[in-house]
Design a protein around this ligand. Sequence first.
Ligand code: ADP
Ligand code: MG
Length: 258
Amino acid sequence: MSLLKLDNVTIRFGGLIAVDKVNLTVEQGEILSLIGPNGAGKSTIFNLITGIYSPTEGNIYFEDRSIGSKKPYHLAAAGIARTFQTIHLFNNLTVLDNVLIGAHTRGKWNVTGALLKFTPWVRGEERELTEWAYDCLERVNLADKADELAMNLSYGAQRRLEIARGLAVRPKLLLLDEPAAGMNPQEKATLLKMVKAIRDSGVTIFLVEHDMKFVMSISERISVLDYGVKIAEGPPEAIRSNPKVIEAYLGKGAVNSA
Ligand SMILES: Nc1ncnc2c1ncn2[C@@H]1O[C@H](COP(=O)(O)OP(=O)(O)O)[C@@H](O)[C@H]1O
Ligand SMILES: [Mg+2]
């Protein structure tokens, strides 16, 4: 059983076919990357998997259950977490609170819980969640920044905080949309190790990334999208030398320079 399966998925925005009959699986425990030129439909695929959009045609299955029409909240509760291409943090909250917001998605704790804060069982659970939030921060090397405001973190650290927030929902599948964007080479090398460690802890990773060096060194398999169509899929070595892929990137030098 594949963890995630896109079955002939199409989405249209007016006259534009952003994703065109895509078949794709993510296998339990792997790191799969999705690459392709700007506008190829990569983020749209993440938006489909996380319930922001529903497919116009086709369906999506998570653990063999149809999720094509489920809402984002249900998908987070089912074990799908994500980061966004552009940073989506609560700037005026602390690093810890940004992660706790993720943790609450799966806890019994909710708004009613917040109002009933004085009851012992809620306090107990809150303590558990705080410990869990610290664990998540440790996995991206941010535990020592827990009390700082999110807006005061460096750009690279903000991107890592987004990952910690994703981890807080205890995902089975973590979607990372251009996690290395804007990072310097040293930050990218650290991120690479962190993502591998997250996978080794049992979280399946589906990644969109433009940095070919990063993609080639982290992925077991790579899928390539061009104008919404999947044009190639395979291990990094095969993708690097695939004529269709080289053509899609022609003039951009992205694949050859990796
Ligand atoms: N909500 C939307 N409405 C209209 N067009 C959209 C919408 N979302 C994405 N698109 C279009 O779909 C195509 C794919 O976009 P996107 O998935 O963001 O590409 P990528 O992430 O591969 O760069 C683009 O042409 C984009 O303009
Ligand atoms: Mg995108």
